[in-house]
Design a protein around this ligand. Sequence first.
Ligand code: ZN
Length: 237
Amino acid sequence: MTATSRALVLFSGGQDSTTCLAWALSRYAQVETIGFDYGQRHAIELSMRPILLEKIRAFSSEWDGKLGEDHVIDLSLISKISQTAMTEDIEIEMQANGLPNTFVPGRNLLFMTVAATVAYRRGLDVLVGGMCETDFSGYPDCRDDTMKALQVALNLGMATSLKLETPLMWIDKAATWTLAQSLGGTALVNLIREDTHTCYLGERGTLHDWGYGCGTCPACALRARGYGEFANITLPL
Ligand code: ZN
């Protein structure tokens, strides 16, 4: 880890990737962001990205100086080649293989590969993603071994020495809030609470203690439980 490294953060506009962005801004010389438009059922997460980036810039002059270009990539082909509850208007449910139907097969592999291509072009040497093995929904492409294997494959295939960093890999949602607190204090926690979006249903009507969302989908439940543990409060869920 060097202060001269230049990083590309996979930035969706959710809690995890915003925490990863703050993490990267606290340690790398320059940070760019990349987001993917893949026909998400609710594009609200994508629409929060520019607002969040603006607020992150306003948050610290040091971070403002480090934060570079934002890349939004059209990956609408994902919704053409897969049929999941993330891209189709179907109920979220568990499948026979033990994975929820929100799982988009190979999505993180594709995201990292496209990010590596952009990093190659931009001369960036670190890719940062919010993959997490601790309290994920069992998504196999969030696993540490998947990311390590992909790092090897990308570097072999592109003759590079890219580093894939996943700062949230071994921490739970409560610890993700604690990490945000340590990186930017209560102000950053509040920014993440109010301006990041995680809800699978795209609900942003009511501001709960843990942020906006329906409160019942798996993403909201995970976020609310983590915030409750972090803030040491019991939430009505
Ligand atoms: Zn929700």
